[in-house]
Design a protein around this ligand. Structure first.
Ligand SMILES: NC(=O)c1ccc[n+]([C@@H]2O[C@H](COP(=O)([O-])OP(=O)(O)OC[C@H]3O[C@@H](n4cnc5c(N)ncnc54)[C@H](OP(=O)(O)O)[C@@H]3O)[C@@H](O)[C@H]2O)c1
Length: 314
């Protein structure tokens, strides 16, 4: 059973025509025609494995622009079967535009929305949570995280209270690579027993495979991974390595059509990962990334082959 309702055929067709016009939907089809889902540990709730992160256009509408681009990004994800959005975490100081948009589109209740506390102190954290819920128009909010475990001693009790009061359904913390460190995350998991973590995890930044992911599996913690395309300290730098390279022929053995899917299918073939969020401001990249949730995934031997092969390209 899933809480994520499916959209009506009429609504789907009306919306899809807009997306089809804006994006080049691929012609190939897989035996598996719906996006793969994974169950949140300890529940019967399933989430589609490919999630959308928040590019700058989810925060503000640039001067002279319309909301057409951010809406198309969301609509494309939705039409491709995605339901999870890692929403903008900051008020700068205005509320991010995404909240109003998804309410206007009338889809916020179909989505699994992730927010983050990005302030210190209990009072500020409680206020940030309320602002996020109001902005996204969804109570209970699906998941609220502490951004990089920020000021956890003061802010985690705020999330525990909010969950007990029914303001949020799940709580947890994020940990971007090279910012806090996996030791701190491991201690946080053992001490606080979160429902979810959001760690950095990619074919080249895979230290979480040693202890963090096995611990998440043991504890029944959901995992929304990020930074699939990071290399070293740079977002998206993975693509500077793959730019002039052909995909190996054997990538077809796990229905991989692009270098983005090569990175994402590596991450998603780890069964401990519930879903993975990617950020882009290009609708055709949303299509590409959502397609990683379709078709076959590499097995263990193939994962090792992928990792070794990628190392030869760097
Ligand atoms: N501590 C934290 O909580 C934390 C830290 C970092 C990130 N995050 C969140 O994680 C989510 C994902 O962001 P990320 O930082 O991990 O970035 P990412 O998704 O790993 O990489 C984004 C970069 O990849 C490019 N890209 C995306 N799809 C592509 C495709 N199919 N083909 C070619 N290029 C592609 C994008 O450029 P284009 O726009 O040109 O496509 C962009 O430069 C976001 O919601 C972000 O807020 C959270």
């Amino acid at each position: 059973m899933t809480r994520l309702s499916s959209i009506s055929r009429r609504k789907f067709l009306a919306q899809s025509s807009a997306v089809a016009a804006a994006t080049a939907l691929p012609a190939t089809s897989f035996a598996q025609e719906t996006m793969r889902t994974r169950t949140i540990p300890g529940t019967n709730e399933a989430l589609p494995v490919a999630a959308l992160g928040s590019p700058d256009v989810f925060y503000i509408t640039p001067e002279g622009a319309t909301d057409e681009l951010p809406k198309t990004l969301v609509q494309t994800m939705y039409d491709m079967g995605g339901r999870v959005i890692d929403t903008p975490a900051f008020f700068r100081p205005d509320p991010p535009v995404l909240g109003g948009m998804i309410q206007e589109m009338g889809i916020q209740d179909d989505l699994f929305l992730v927010g983050k506390i990005t302030v210190n102190g209990a009072e500020a954290a409680a206020e940030h949570l309320d602002k996020t819920i109001a902005n996204l128009g969804k109570r209970p909010l699906d998941l609220m995280l502490l951004h990089n475990m920020r000021d956890a001693e003061n802010t985690w009790p705020v999330l525990e209270k909010a969950k007990a009061e029914g303001k949020v359904r799940y709580i947890g913390a994020s940990e971007a690579s090279l910012v806090i460190g996996n030791e701190v995350l491991e201690k946080f998991m053992k001490d606080k027993k979160p429902d979810f973590i959001m760690p950095a995890y990619s074919i080249s930044l895979n230290a979480v495979e040693d202890r963090i992911l096995p611990l998440a599996a043991d504890m029944g913690v959901g995992v929304i991974s990020i930074e699939s395309f990071k290399l070293g300290e740079n977002d998206g730098a993975y693509f500077s390595v793959t730019a002039d390279k052909e995909l190996p022929e054997w990538a077809a053995e796990f229905d991989c059509e692009s270098w983005a899917q090569f990175a994402l299918k590596y991450v998603l073939s780890n069964p401990i990962v519930t879903c993975t969020a990617t950020e882009t401001n290009k609708p055709h990249h949303v299509v590409d990334n959502m397609r990683a949730g379709y078709g076959r995934l590499p097995d263990q031997a193939m994962r090792e082959r992928m990792r070794t092969y990628f190392q030869t390209l760097i």
